[in-house]
Write a protein that binds this ligand. Sequence first.
Ligand code: SF4
Ligand code: SF4
Length: 347
Amino acid sequence: MARHPLTGRELMRLDHPPYTIDRSRFKPFDQRKNVFGRLIHDKNAPFYRRGLYDEIEKIIDDGRPGFSRVEFARVMGAWAVHDFFHYAFSWEPPSNPNSVMERPKLEKYIIGDTEAMTKMVKETAIMYGADLVGICKLNNDWVYSHDLEGRKLSLPSNCRYVIVMAVRMELERLEDTPTFTAGTETAFAYSKMAFIIACLAEFIRYLGYTAIPSGNDTALSIPLAVDAGLGELGRNGLLITPEYGPSVRICKVFTDMPLIPDKPLKFGVTEFCRNCKLCSMECEVGAISFDDEASYRTVCPSNNEGILRWAVDHDKCYMFWLENGVDCSKCIAVCPFSRITVKRDES
Ligand code: SF4
Ligand code: SF4
């Protein structure tokens, strides 16, 4: 098993996920409580009804380097697949009445060898553009209680597995944060997510199984990625992977296809974060904790209760995004795990 050069620890597979939950406080997260939900619903939020691009003309007119009209168009272009290809996030199979060729309807494919099918699914996800793939059994703790519109959420009970995928972002572009260049990289990763989940869901459906593709909707991606063995949670509130650190976006597909789950991974992230604190020091708005130890302390209404971790102040973070008219990637770019990386030497 490989050793991570930064932590000196082996990449160890665990029988249980490496997070701790206080059941007396925890309940599944309501998506209306995240920043984008509160932007719509929470009249007390400092960013109530304030979209990221509301001040964009002024920001462009200010003429700061990296904030030009053309560079902003590049951000918008990069979002296109994510924002406009709605089938990517649809629970129902897509249809196209204008298609010249009818897609054949085939019998359900009976899986004889689950191990071989699991390998095939992972290879297919990589083929469609995922950089990392892991599989976990669905833990309903991570499914949102309600979606952004306030509809109660529950996944079909047969969807017991989640294929979780990470899409790598180019560190060099993220380092140019907060500018439209880094924003383009984020947006492009979101569009790649939409592309990959659309293709993978259709692959699974075409074998006769249920597939529910998901980006940031439906369930929390980070704990599912931890369950699926893609990485650990960092002080910056992000998934830290051995291969790309936090320079990834996460997407997933829920399915009833029988698959073999991966085990969660541990390689010393929590221990390293205790002393590092680089993201806390570099965050321009003090949104990341300086506490030595993770705790159950929450710091803004968007933090879920009952999870042992360093809570990030999403209110401060989003206000900074508003100021710049673009998201920030500083806590990804400065993280040592983004540059000192390791490949896991397992099949
Ligand atoms: S994205 Fe930027 S503002 Fe938000 S927590 Fe990270 S460093 Fe701070
Ligand atoms: S910058 Fe340091 S403290 Fe922050 S997440 Fe990365 S390793 Fe952890």
